[in-house]
Design a protein. Sequence first.
Length: 541
Amino acid sequence: MTIRRFEMKAPKAIVFQVFFVSLLLIFGSTTFVWAAADNFSNAITLTGTSGQVTDTNANASKEPGEPNHSGTGGASVWWKWTAPSNMSIIFNTYGSSFDTLLAVYTGSSVGSLTEIAKNDDDGSENDNSSVSFNAQAGTVYYIAVDGYEGNAGNITLNWKIPAPPPNDNLANAILISGTSGETTGTNLYATKEFNEPTPAGYVPAGKTVWWRWISPITGTFFFDINANSFYSFVTVYKANLGILTEIMSGEVGAKFQAQTGTEYYIAVDGDLTESDSGTGTGDIKLKWRVPVPPSNDNFSNALTITGESGQTTGTVSDATSEPNEPTSLIYGSTIYKALTTVWWRWTAPSSGMFRFDTTGSTFDTLLAVYTGASVNTLTTIVSNDDENYPTVLTSVVTFQAQAGMQYYIRIDRAEPLDGNFVLNWKISTSGGISGKVSISVAGYDKLSVSNAVVSLAGTTLTTQTDTNGNFTMQNVPAGTYTLKIESPDLATISKEISVSAGQNYEDNSLQMSVNKCDFNSDGRTGLEEVIYILQIVSGIR
């Protein structure tokens, strides 16, 4: 009998199914593990203020448009959790079998998420991760767990309300003692009590922790938080029948007159005034001692310095700021309040440009020069934070001094950490430029032009006019320049000027003009054009 052989090519899908069935017949029952919530849209729901779930990211993948979760991953799985109330909450991957990445988001799609918190390694076993954040009632948060560099394994995801510090409440204030000492703590996960007082001048984080101290002697004491790891403030209270009375507060510390046997309460909270202040929580190092402030701590005790050049040194440790003392510096939207200031008085021996700087200081300085007779009636001549941020954090100012005029020089610090300062002064080998920019049009004479860009052609030197049209430019090397003044829709001014070493070039008659002043082509400058011009010079346009 002749047997014919037939060949038949099956589709690939059928071949795979036959191969898969063959494996089952050969090896018996086999389990293939797939991640349960590989995609954002399939995020598994978590509930409650605490809990634990387990899963795996084996065979998980990364979706198009999905962000990196605190590192390069590629095998992410998702959960979602709705905050039942306003609270602090912790999510961690403790117990997971591999190096995890953890991140929390809000948003409605994987490609448009807003990051709330993230972490790679928190120092725990297996390089697990943890995050904490302040959740808002009713908000849906998405939690992603990934593997570092695409690692995969068994996941344990935990969440809980964190325990507050032991001295979170006034009633649990920790007792400290002695004329001097040091203690540490944290205000992470601390809360604010009902009716808790708030000192003026701060934007409190509402993360207050408490200590209590009974003064062993009568005298001046300083409670110092200078070494805290975050922007913060300390407040000293005295209690009477359960009512707190504020004694003193400060960003670096609080100095006050204590009475023997009197009990004082010391509160530390985060200050959110600064734009980069973060969450207002961190590590606390509270010190107390009898302070020894510098002899020139107050304006009235300013030390006298003399001559066309010189140098003096000292420290701002234990220095304070006085009531009504001027702001150290306003730089853009950042306001540097006076913290620990020291003062000098200097009478200009001659007229000309002089340079004062803090080169050689060990901390981030603020430097300002004033005229005036009292601390609350000072006129700022010039001020500076950083000579060249972020590489040179010491300060430099140059100004036109008048022979016989008395000037007050003040050093402060921009950051909590203090140290030793160096103050140098000398005749400037550079010059300066100052002036006023205005415009006259449609019967309006010498309107100030604000926000005009002032520059020296061929250099990087540039500044802007203020609301009154005034500008200054310091540390200009001697030479001949083209001074350019530009403002939208106004004709650019270009003027040749010469700057001499130690001198200030000043021109208060810089007049701009309008490029076009007949928008509706009616042959005249009408109300519409006048309003437009006023908007230009006021900086609205």
